[in-house]
Ligand binder design. Structure first.
Ligand code: COA
Length: 168
């Protein structure tokens, strides 16, 4: 049976968990940020909210926190938004990311009536790209040698999923 997750709105009290997920060394390598303090996380969430955002904590059915997922830069007139997610290292590779993405995409297309959901991901992040491609995201553009990780340059991909492709 497919894994089930619950999405519930992010609360201020969740920010220390977000900080912990962010600062995991393997995650930092994939997303390319420097470690963040709690204040940095607070500022980041404030900036996300200024772009018009829906931010959710991903929970197991037993209400254990697994990670977070967000739609940001929601632009109703152009019918588009950016999606992003991050799981606690101990909960990766078990289908939770896919389950959370499926719920969020359904919300984006069936409730917000968006036309397009987009994201960026780095060439080093094969896991994320594999998930996005499984869900139907396609690469629209490639930024060549856009990031430098452990002595090597990697491309960054701009990927998107259109509502019409999602339906099919
Ligand atoms: C990337 C991430 C969100 C994926 O979520 P996840 O729960 O680990 O992935 P899932 O277990 O749901 O995998 C779903 C699909 O992704 C793909 N996938 C998973 N691991 C993969 C890998 N190592 N290589 C290629 N594809 C992979 C597969 O298609 C998989 O489906 P399958 O199990 O039927 O083969 C999660 O690992 C994570 O939070 N990583 C750290 C933060 C991050 O990188 N965020 C994304 C930034 S762009």
């Amino acid at each position: 049976m497919a894994v089930q997750v619950i999405l519930r709105p992010l609360e201020y009290e969740d920010l220390p968990d977000v900080k912990q997920w962010y600062n995991d060394p393997s995650t930092l390598m994939m997303i390319g940020h420097t470690p963040k303090s709690l204040t940095d996380i607070e500022e980041m969430v404030e900036q996300m909210e200024q772009t018009k955002a829906n931010i959710y904590v991903i929970e197991s059915r037993q209400h254990e926190k697994l990670g977070w997922i967000h739609l940001t830069s929601i632009n109703q007139s152009h019918g588009r938004a950016e999606i992003g997610l991050m799981l606690d290292r101990h909960h990766q590779g078990q289908g939770h990311g896919e389950a959370a993405m499926l719920q969020m995409l359904s919300y984006a297309f069936d409730h917000l009536r968006l036309n397009k959901v987009f994201l960026t991901t780095r060439g080093i992040n094969e896991k994320a790209r594999g998930l996005y491609e499984k869900l139907g995201f396609k690469i629209e553009g490639t930024f060549k040698d856009h990031c430098f990780v452990n002595g090597k340059y990697y491309d960054t991909y701009f990927m998107s999923l259109f509502e019409s492709d999602w339906r099919h």
